[in-house]
Design a protein around this ligand. Structure first.
Ligand code: GLY
Ligand code: MN
Ligand code: MN
Length: 461
C-alpha cells in the first residue's frame, strides 16, 4: 500500500474534477468457483485500489463532492471470521491507512445513497463488469439492471481516466518490479522451449514464478507454438523443432501493478532462415516504434509507422508487393498484423478497460477507425509524459484468414498469395515491451529481457 497521503491526494483531485454529487466506487466481492466457500483468487477492483487502497472484499467507497468528505462502508469481522481467517484489523484501522476517518457498516450505504438521490443529487458510478455489483447498483440507485451499464457517469469516467493515465514515481517502481518478475518468467520459458516439452509444463512453471514473487499472473498465460492464434490459452501441444513459441505473459505485484511482455523463440534455440527473416522484421518494427515514442506523438501514427515498417520488410521477403504506403493506408498489412500496436498498462494489464476503451485510448482529436486491424488499436490518442503503454507488433500466418482473403482476391495487388501459401505452417511472432513516456522521449521499463536473435540463442544454448 502507498502512504495515506497518496490516496488522499488522488481523491482530492478526483473530487475537484467532478462538479457536484456523490462518487460511488464499489469494491469487489469474493466470487465463488464451484460452491460458495470455494472462491476464485480474490482481485480487488482497480478503481477502488487506486482511490481507496484497501485490498479486501466487501467494501464500498464514497466521495461526497459537495462536502469534501470521503467514506468507506464495510462490515467488521465477527468471531467466525477470526477463527477461519485469523486476526483482522477493524474497518476503522484499515481506513486510517488510506486517510479516511468516516466508516460505517455496509447496510448504511443504502441510506446514504437513497438520501442523496431523494434530494436530487447525482450518483456518479462507472459501468460495472461484475454482475453482483451491477445488481448492487440497481438496489442502491433504483435504476433497472438492464439500464445500469448505460447510465454510468461520463464525467466520472473521464476524470478517472485523466488521473490514472499519468503514472507517478511510486507506480513506475511497482510496474518495474512486475517486469523484473516477467524477466524471470520469460528467460525461464526460453530455456525450457526444447522439442518434446509440453507447453503446459512451461506455462505452469512461469505462472509459479509469478506467484512466488508476488503474483498472480496479470492475465492468463498465452504460450503456444501456434502463435498465429493471438490469445492462445491452449497449452497441450508438445513442442517440435521448426516451430516458434510465442510466450505472452506478465504478473502483478502484491500491489497489483501489472507487466505484459511477449517474447518469441525458435523451439530448440536455433532460428532457421525463414524464422530469422520474419523475426527480424518484427524486431525491427518493435524497435523502430519504440524509438519514436515521445510526448505529443499520436499512438495511431505510431501504429501506422509500425505497420509500414513491417510491410516494408515483408515486401523485401516477397510476401507483400506494390506501393507499401498505399497497402498500409488500405489495411492490406492486417493479413499479417491484425491487431493494434498496444494499450495502456497500470493497475490493469489493459489499463482502465472497464471504463471503456474509447475513453482510455481515444479523444476528440483521434477517433477509432473501423478498418480491419486498425479498429483493434486500443490506444490511438496523443502520448503524454507519464503514460505507460505496450508496444507489441506481431506477424502471423493465420491459415483461415489467408484462405478467406485469397478466395476473395482481397488486396491481391499488395499480397503475394503464392508465397504466403508456403508460410501457413509458420505460426506467428510477437515482441512486446512496456514503455514509459518521459519528458522528451521514452524509457523501456524493467530489466531488459533478451530479444535479439543472438541474445535469445545464447540464453537457450
Ligand atoms: N496480454 C495481452 C496483450 O498483450 O494485450
Ligand atoms: Mn501481452
Ligand atoms: Mn499487451
Amino acid at each position: 500500500m502507498f502512504d495515506s497521503n497518496v490516496y488522499e491526494s488522488r481523491r482530492k483531485r478526483l473530487r475537484e474534477s467532478v462538479k457536484s454529487g456523490v462518487i460511488l466506487i464499489l469494491g469487489n466481492n469474493e466470487a465463488s468457483m464451484n460452491y460458495p466457500a470455494n472462491t476464485y483468487h480474490y482481485r480487488q477492483d482497480s478503481n477502488f485500489l487506486y482511490f481507496f487502497g484497501l485490498d479486501h472484499d466487501g467494501f464500498a467507497g464514497v466521495m461526497d463532492v459537495d462536502s469534501g468528505e470521503d467514506y468507506i462502508f464495510g462490515n467488521d469481522v465477527d468471531m467466525d471470521d477470526i477463527i477461519w481467517m485469523g486476526f483482522q484489523p477493524s474497518l476503522k484501522d484499515r481506513a486510517v491507512k488510506v486517510g479516511i476517518k468516516n466508516t460505517a457498516p455496509l447496510a448504511k450505504l443504502d441510506d446514504f445513497i437513497k438520501d442523496a438521490t431523494a434530494t436530487g443529487r447525482k450518483i456518479h458510478f462507472s459501468s460495472p463488469y461484475r454482475y453482483d455489483n451491477l445488481l448492487r447498483l440497481e438496489n442502491l440507485t433504483g435504476i433497472h439492471h438492464s439500464q445500469i451499464k448505460a447510465k454510468f457517469s461520463e464525467e466520472l469516467v473521464k476524470a478517472i481516466v485523466s488521473l490514472r493515465s499519468i503514472k507517478d514515481e511510486g507506480e513506475i517502481i511497482e510496474i518495474e518490479k512486475a517486469i523484473d518478475t516477467a524477466y524471470l518468467m520469460h528467460t525461464t520459458a526460453m530455456k525450457m522451449a526444447q522439442p518434446g516439452v509440453v507447453e503446459q509444463e512451461i506455462a505452469g512453471t512461469i505462472e509459479g514464478i509469478a506467484l512466488a514473487h508476488g503474483g498472480p499472473v496479470s492475465f492468463p498465460v498465452i504460450l503456444s507454438m501456434d502463435g498465429q492464434t493471438l490469445h492462445n490459452h491452449y497449452h497441450g501441444n508438445t513442442l517440435v523443432e521448426g516451430r516458434m513459441m510465442v510466450c505472452d505473459a506478465g504478473c502483478e505485484t502484491t500491489m497489483h501493478y501489472a507487466s505484459d511482455i511477449t517474447r518469441t523463440v525458435a523451439v530448440g534455440g536455433k532460428f532457421n532462415q525463414r524464422q530469422r527473416e520474419i523475426y527480424e522484421a518484427v524486431l525491427q518494427t518493435n524497435m523502430e516504434a519504440i524509438k519514436h515514442v515521445k510526448p505529443g506523438f499520436k499512438n495511431l501514427d505510431l501504429h501506422l509507422l509500425a505497420a509500414t515498417t513491417l510491410a516494408t520488410s515483408l515486401k523485401e521477403i516477397g510476401l507483400m508487393k506494390g506501393n507499401i504506403d498505399e497497402a498500409v493506408a488500405q489495411g492490406a498489412h492486417a493479413l499479417f498484423f491484425p491487431h493494434g500496436l498496444g494499450h495502456m498498462m497500470g493497475l490493469d494489464v489493459h489499463d482502465m478497460e472497464d471504463l471503456g476503451e474509447n475513453y482510455v485510448g481515444y479523444d476528440e482529436d483521434v477517433q477509432r477507425s473501423s478498418q480491419f486491424g486498425r479498429a483493434f488499436l486500443r490506444l490511438g490518442r496523443e502520448l503524454k509524459k507519464g503514460f505507460v503503454f505496450t508496444i507489441e507488433p506481431g506477424c502471423y500466418f493465420i491459415p483461415a484468414l489467408i484462405d478467406q482473403w485469397k478466395a476473395e482476391n482481397k488486396f491481391s495487388e499488395f499480397i503475394n498469395y503464392d508465397l504466403v501459401e508456403s508460410y501457413k505452417d509458420f505460426g506467428g511472432v510477437r515482441i512486446e515491451d512496456d514503455i514509459l513516456v518521459t519528458d522528451d522521449g521514452f524509457r523501456v521499463l524493467g530489466k531488459p529481457i533478451p530479444k535479439t536473435i543472438s541474445d535469445i540463442e545464447d540464453i537457450m544454448s
